[in-house]
Each structure stands twice: as structure tokens, then as C-alpha cells.
Design a binder for this molecule. Structure first.
Ligand code: AMP
Ligand code: ZN
Length: 492
């Protein structure tokens, strides 16, 4: 494949520039995941879909992608902008609420919401990340990182916790442009009022709290980590000291990502990340999403109302990630119509005997795919990419009977745009459908074959494939258990 350039806006340099990977043709990408104290809304998915499109676009030009997206299940405070020494964390607050009554404890609550989140992730055709680490499962690493920062003189202990000293890191503010120390004092999320702090803007790495619902023992007594340290630690653990790309919603620029940079670079002495991407917030029905306004849409709600997951996906990606996007049910209905046209293409392809994909040079559909890919490589211009896709669909449906080379070209085109944009066919339901349409469940032999393929993928260190197979089996109601005797499976 000819050398291609993937251009993306970079928050750090404030320019659209080529995404250059440290290792040739291997993208190492970290995207901050959800805080699992409640249902994720479709705004959160605008951010995760943007990451998914980055992964798919990189794959389309032949790159290997190591993609890490975490689950925040401890440490994210309720107070967005002001200090609150007594503030509890989002997880604990959710447990104490009315909705929280159904859970035995905070761990149970975290599992519940992260399972629902991962279901929606699969339904919207997002590829499985290479690793989906959880903050609570990386406590040792976080404690070691905090100890290291104290040793290096970038952090210090007080009676309430351990704080990162922003004055010890000259570049603090380089990402957000927020270098004004006076403003920092009022704008920092996660700041604790503690008179022993050297600078009020210093942020917490560890909070001492022996009453907290989620607590661990540390060199500073019982407590829990600050929110920011988990991402520094997990990004470095799975992707290395210097990563290629880091993303999240626009609210994470400051303080979260600014703090990640400070902790990571102070710790390693190396640049933490070379390219930063931030997604502009989704609005719904013209306003910020909120439960009281009735425009707080979740994926399960919309599915229940009869919209297809592919239509939801298409509606969410229809506006390029950096532009304001007002999600409306009308857009969703329009996308539903487009999805039905993809399905009509697939029906005609099936009627033509589902030929192997093939395309001749200079074919109109080859040109349209190339233009769609070019648009994605140009700072993820999804509106152009989708327009080219729909033009291709028009070309396919223009032929009343699809046959021969034209049918093979249609298969080629739909496969390609589906891999790039994920809007033509569901990734995960094939086994579930098999289960639903066959006798009554998937055949045990088929499951064994999938397990064998997953083991082979794991052996070959193709964890993305191994995870995708596990996810497919989960979607079909089959759960895998790794035991000393090998992999066992059960039907749920
Ligand atoms: P949270 O669960 O609040 O930690 O958010 C998970 C991710 O979704 C973060 O990257 C947020 O920045 C992002 N996010 C939150 N609200 C929106 C929104 N309305 N539009 C786009 N992204 C969002
Ligand atoms: Zn993060």
C-alpha cells in the first residue's frame, strides 16, 4: 500500500497535522473511558465513536493499532470545578441515591453500569479495544507512581493526601493554555482545600480516607487514588512511556489531560503523548443533555423506541467530531432510511449469489471508496465520507438486477465502507442471530471452534481478535472462563 498521511487536529500544537507514529505503521492510542456510576449517554458515545473511527481509518491504511480505553470505577469526584475536601466520589454518591438501592455494594454498582456500557459499545459496532483496563485493578501501579513522584520531588504528603506540585513542572498548562496560576486556582476539578498545600492549584494524587467505600492500604494509610493518576499509569503500562495519540471529550483538556501530562512527564522525563484529540460535546434537541429536559438519550432507550443501532451510530458520526452536533430524533429517522438502503443492497447481493468481493481498476465504486477514505484521512471528515458512501449505494441500487462483476463490485464496496465506518452490518450479532435462527442455540462444536481460534489469536498476540471473538460469544449468550484445565464455556 502506498504511504498515506492521516491528518488530525492536535490540541497541543493547535494545528491539523499528520499523525506520526513512534513505531512505523503502529498506532498506540489511549482514549479516556467512562466513569461507571450511571448510564452512559449518546454524548459519551460521540467521543468513543470518534476513537473507533480513528482505529478503523488507521487500519484502512494498513496500520496496526494498540488501542486502550479504560473504565473509571473509582476516584472521580462529583464536584466539577470547585474544591470540596469532604466530597465523596461519583460511585459512592450513586450508591447512596434512590437508583443505588438495587445494588449490594459499590462494586456491584460499577459492574452493573460497566456491563450496560459494554453492551451499548458492542451494539454501536465499536471495535473492542486491545485492552480495557479498570482503575480499581491497577492500584499497585498507581501507588508506585505516586511514590515515584514524591521521590522525584514532584509530589508531597499532607494530612489529607498526596498532592502533585504544579510549580515543580514548568510545562503545566501547555495543553489547555491554562497557565494563569490565579485562574487555575478556581478552575481545577479535583482540588482539595487543605491549608497544608504548597499551592492551592496542586491536585490530588492520593486521598486519605479510611471511611471511603472503596479504599486501599498505601504508604500514606487507607485511601484512594485521585482521578488523573489512573490514566497516566494505565496508558504507560499498556502502551509505553511515549504514546502516539490520546483522546477524550473536550471537557477533559483541563484539568484531566493537563494533569496526566504533568504526572507522566515528571515521572519518566520523556514526552507523554505526541498528538491530542478532543471531541466537541454533543447536544440533543438543541440543548445540553440533561435528565430534567427529557433529552438525555441512552443507547438502550433509543433501541427500545425501535431505532436500529446502526442508525444511532450513523446519526452520531454524521457530523465531524470537532463541529458542534445537535442530535435530533429527526436525524435518527433519516439515518434509519439510509440503513435500510444498505440492507436493500445486501438483499440484492444475496440474490446475486453473494459473490466474492472484486473490483476492477477505475470502477466508479472504487473511486467513491477512495474519496471516502481520503475524507477520513483529512481530520475525520465523516460528513463527506458518508456522502460518498450514499453515492455508492445509489450506484448499486440504480441497477435493477445486480449480477456478475457488478455484484462483486457491490460486495467489495460495502465491505470496504463497512470496515471504515461500521454502518452497514452489525459486527457482533452474527452468532446471536445464528443462535436465534437455528434450532435454539449455537452448536457446541461451533463454540469450540471459536474458542480454538481465540486461543490461536492469543498465542499470536493478536489480542484485538481474541477479544472480538470473546465479545461475539458474549453477544450470543456464551460466557468463557479461563481455568487451569483450559477454557470452559457456559450458556447464560
Ligand atoms: P465521563 O463518563 O463523564 O468520564 O465521560 C466519558 C467520556 O465522554 C469523556 O471523554 C467525556 O469527555 C465524554 N463526554 C461527556 N459528555 C459528552 C458529550 N455531551 N459529548 C461528547 N462527549 C462527551
Ligand atoms: Zn483519563
Amino acid at each position: 500500500m502506498a504511504e498515506r498521511t492521516f491528518r488530525l487536529y492536535d490540541t497541543l500544537s493547535r494545528t491539523v497535522k499528520p499523525l506520526v507514529t513512534v513505531e512505523p505503521d503502529h498506532l498506540r492510542f489511549y482514549c479516556c473511558g467512562p466513569t461507571v456510576y450511571s448510564y452512559a449517554h449518546i454524548g459519551n458515545f460521540r467521543t468513543f465513536l470518534t476513537s473507533d473511527l480513528i482505529v478503523r481509518t488507521a487500519q484502512a491504511i494498513g496500520w496496526r493499532v494498540s488501542y486502550v480505553s479504560n473504565i473509571t470505577d473509582v476516584g472521580h469526584l462529583t464536584q466539577d470545578d470547585v474544591a470540596d475536601a469532604a466530597g465523596d466520589d461519583k460511585m459512592a454518591k450513586a450508591l447512596a441515591s434512590k437508583e443505588g438501592e438495587q445494588f449490594a455494594n459499590v462494586w456491584d454498582l460499577a459492574r452493573h453500569y460497566s456491563d450496560i456500557f459494554e453492551d451499548a459499545w458492542r451494539q454501536l459496532n465499536l471495535q473492542a479495544p486491545t485492552v480495557r483496563p479498570r482503575a480499581t485493578e491497577h492500584m499497585r501501579e498507581q501507588i508506585i507512581a505516586v511514590e515515584d513522584l514524591i521521590r522525584k520531588g514532584n509530589a508531597y504528603e499532607t494530612p489529607t493526601g498526596v498532592y502533585f506540585s504544579v510549580d515543580s513542572f514548568a510545562d503545566y498548562g501547555k495543553l489547555s493554555g491554562n497557565r494563569d496560576r490565579e485562574n487555575l486556582q478556581v478552575a481545577v476539578r479535583d482540588v482539595v482545600q487543605d491549608d497544608n498545600k504548597r499551592n492551592p492549584a496542586d491536585f490530588a494524587l492520593w486521598k486519605k480516607d479510611d471511611k471511603h467505600l472503596m479504599q486501599w492500604f498505601s504508604p500514606w494509610g487507607w485511601g484512594f487514588p485521585g482521578w488523573h493518576i489512573e490514566c497516566s499509569v494505565m496508558a504507560q503500562k499498556y502502551l509505553g512511556d511515549t504514546i502516539d495519540l490520546h483522546g477524550g471529550g473536550e471537557d477533559l483538556k483541563f484539568p484531566h489531560h493537563e494533569c496526566e501530562i504533568a504526572q507522566s512527564e515528571a515521572g519518566t522525563g520523556k514526552p507523554f503523548c505526541n498528538h491530542w484529540i478532543h471531541v466537541t460535546f454533543l447536544q440533543a434537541e438543541g440543548e445540553k443533555m440533561s435528565k430534567s429536559k427529557g433529552n438525555f438519550y441512552t443507547v438502550p432507550d433509543l433501541l427500545e423506541q425501535g431505532y436500529s443501532a446502526l442508525a444511532i451510530r450513523m446519526a452520531l458520526i454524521s457530523v465531524p467530531y470537532a463541529k458542534p452536533h445537535n442530535f435530533t430524533l429527526q436525524t435518527l429517522r433519516d439515518c434509519q432510511g439510509h440503513i435500510e438502503r444498505f440492507q436493500e443492497c445486501d438483499r440484492r447481493i444475496a440474490a446475486a449469489g453473494s459473490p466474492e468481493p472484486a473490483i476492477s481498476e477505475g470502477h466508479e465504486l472504487a473511486g467513491l471508496y477512495e474519496e471516502a477514505l481520503e475524507a477520513m484521512l483529512n481530520d475525520l471528515n465523516t460528513s463527506v465520507a458518508l456522502a460518498k458512501t450514499l453515492e455508492g449505494v445509489k450506484v448499486i441500487l440504480r441497477q435493477t438486477t445486480l449480477a456478475g462483476d457488478e455484484a462483486a463490485a457491490a460486495v467489495w464496496f460495502l465491505d470496504k465502507v463497512n470496515h471504515l465506518l461500521g454502518i452497514v452490518r452489525p459486527l457482533y450479532v452474527s452468532l446471536a442471530e445464528e443462535a436465534a435462527s437455528g434450532s435454539d442455540e449455537i452448536d457446541g462444536k461451533a463454540i469450540d471452534a471459536w474458542i480454538e481460534e481465540r486461543q490461536a489469536a492469543k498465542k499470536g498476540k493478536d489480542f484485538a481478535k481474541a477479544d472480538a471473538i470473546r465479545d461475539k460469544l458474549i453477544a450470543a449468550g456464551v460466557e468463557l472462563r479461563d481455568t487451569p484445565q483450559g477454557v470452559e464455556w457456559i450458556r447464560r
